[in-house]
Design a protein around this ligand. Structure first.
Ligand SMILES: [Zn+2]
Ligand SMILES: [Zn+2]
Length: 159
């Protein structure tokens, strides 16, 4: 049940990002467009801000690090990015789109994060929110553990 982001997610996110930046009166010049392109391509699951900065450099982006971080802040404020702290306190970002909704498995040994989606988990969260009487606007789940490569995954066997 591990997911790869579907193709087209980057383009969909970019279209929405350009629209929201435009609606805020934030003009998208070459430097800002380059940052958004790299975020769309590389931040489909949690990625450190510094890795994005490095990727922008590799792509020939010319903006200063401060200007790159301003784009992150604007995108976060406009609801285009989620962010969370990793175990060492660094900030990681990922793009927000309904069709790329997923959660994270964290391997205790390596600290590596793997995205997953689970329909039953989603249904349970919706039901819990209902029982709690909240109109849910978002949720996060992180499962930590030891990922055993040979253990069978998938639906629990019937009892
Ligand atoms: Zn993710
Ligand atoms: Zn969910």
């Amino acid at each position: 049940m591990r997911v790869r982001p579907p193709r087209g997610v980057a383009d969909r996110w970019l279209a929405i990002a350009h629209e929201r930046f435009g609606a805020e009166g934030l003009r998208i010049g070459a430097a800002r467009a380059c940052v958004l392109d790299v975020i769309a391509r590389d931040a489909q699951c949690l990625v450190g801000a510094q890795e994005i900065v490095a990727a922008i450099r590799r792509d020939g982006g010319t903006g200063s690090q401060a200007s790159v971080y301003r784009v992150f802040d604007d995108a976060y404020r406009l609801g285009l990015l989620r962010r969370e702290l990793d175990d060492s306190g660094g900030v990681r970002y990922e793009i927000v789109l309904p069709e790329s909704h997923h959660h994270h498995l964290v391997d205790d040994a390596s600290g590596q994060t793997t995205p997953f989606h689970d329909d039953e988990l989603e249904a349970a969260i919706v039901a819990a929110a209902h029982r709690l009487g909240v109109r849910m606007t978002g949720h996060e789940v992180r499962i930590r553990g030891v990922i055993a490569p040979h253990e069978s995954r998938g639906p629990m066997p019937p009892t």
